[in-house]
Design a protein around this ligand. Structure first.
Ligand code: DP6
Length: 361
């Protein structure tokens, strides 16, 4: 696809007003996106599981604006309460998508949003939030172009979501999504996320993700600053070469169901992400002491029981536990007996792999 494929140029009468609601999930990367250039282009391809229970529900109400040509007017509410803090990111999103969705400038909006997880949980809401908003916007376009195919709809939704937040482009569909060009993956694209096209062993169906909330609250490093740390990073080149190789290795692992290979690759990706942050300038340690306690406890548990449980991390202190559904009983006992003690207020969230966003109204 090229950017031009996503420019809406038809002159059609615009609906005067309307409302649309989408629910969009979070996702967890197995091979991480860390580093970007230009207009939200990833420095390396990434591959993620789409989640199911952690999601954002967004209603977009739109009505023709009196003040066309000026800044796009919108109010944004989280759980019914105005959140001016969210405005700059959403304003930037509208600005970035305007060349592809010029009708966006003709309306003013009320955006009502809510998350299934606590806002302060430290779970990134940008992926689920931006993908839900992108889907709402594109639903306006679909009203004007009813002939639009589902494939085009989901491709453009992912393309728009990427402009809001890179990882959001991986939250439209599921269960596994690849974003960024990879020589061995047909249809993989810098501009959007697409469903992983190869065979996946049944052991990965319904894979579980228990998110241990180690540190809640504001992110220490915003993702934009974080990605910027890869510019001029001493190890950037090696990292950008390693990620596609890891995706190739994961392709074999996903096909054969090799859980030991999966564990080794996924944990290494998580620690590499953090190693990049620890070795950048300025440098950051985003793990907390309890993150390390949890990692050590997982390794001891695995050694003792042989249960194929592993972890991954995002750019923060929380730990995602990944495991097959058939060991959920033992893992959840381990979580409540041992790991919950390392979580803030003992809190964790049980999630699992899902199939992507849903239109609710
Ligand atoms: C560590 O998608 O939040 O979660 O494009 O600047 O919005 P922006 O970044 P964002 O970065 C997420 C990075 C990550 C790894 C990943 O999800 O691949």
């Amino acid at each position: 696809m090229t950017e031009n494929d996503f420019r809406f140029t038809a002159i059609t009468p615009l609906p005067a007003m309307g409302a649309v609601t989408w629910q969009s999930p979070s996702n967890i990367a197995l091979v991480k996106y860390w580093g970007k250039y230009g207009n939200q282009m990833p420095a390396n391809p990434s591959l993620s599981f789409t989640l199911s229970h952690c999601h954002t529900k967004t209603t977009l109400r739109y009505s023709k604006s009196e003040t066309v040509g000026k800044e796009i007017e919108f109010d944004i509410l989280l759980d019914g309460v105005a959140v001016p803090d969210f405005k700059p990111k959403v304003a930037q999103f509208f600005e970035r998508i305007l060349p592809y969705c010029p009708y966006v400038g003709q309306y003013s909006y009320t955006i009502e949003t809510s998350n299934s997880f606590p806002h302060s949980s430290g779970i990134a809401s940008s992926a689920s939030g931006m993908s839900a908003l992108a889907l709402c916007v594109l639903s306006i376009e679909r009203e004007m172009r009813p002939e639009m195919t589902d494939d085009y709809f989901y491709d453009k939704a992912s393309f728009l979501a990427r402009l809001g937040s890179g990882s959001a482009c991986r939250s439209i569909l599921g269960p596994l999504v690849v974003w960024g060009q990879h020589t061995d993956i047909p249809n993989s694209d810098q501009l959007l996320g697409s469903v992983y096209p190869f065979e996946v062993h049944e052991v990965f169906a319904n894979f579980q993700d228990t998110i241990l909330l180690v540190d809640k609250g504001e992110k220490q490093v915003s993702s934009t600053v974080g990605h910027g740390l890869m510019n001029g990073h001493a190890f950037a080149k090696a990292r950008f070469e390693q990620a596609p190789k890891n995706i190739s290795a994961l392709t074999d692992i996903l096909k054969s169901g090799d859980l030991d290979g999966f564990i080794a690759l996924v944990e290494s990706e998580a620690l590499t992400l953090h190693a990049m942050m620890m070795s950048s300038h300025p440098y950051f340690i985003l793990m907390k002491p309890n993150t390390l306690e949890i990692i050590n406890a997982i390794w001891a548990f695995r050694k003792e029981t042989g249960i194929k449980l592993c972890f991954t991390l995002d750019a923060g202190a929380n730990v995602h536990l990944l495991y097959p559904k058939n060991v959920a009983g033992q893992v959840l006992t381990f979580v409540s007996d041992t790991l919950a003690a390392f979580c803030k207020n003992g809190e964790y969230i049980n999630d699992e792999v899902g199939l992507g966003a849903k239109q609710l109204a």
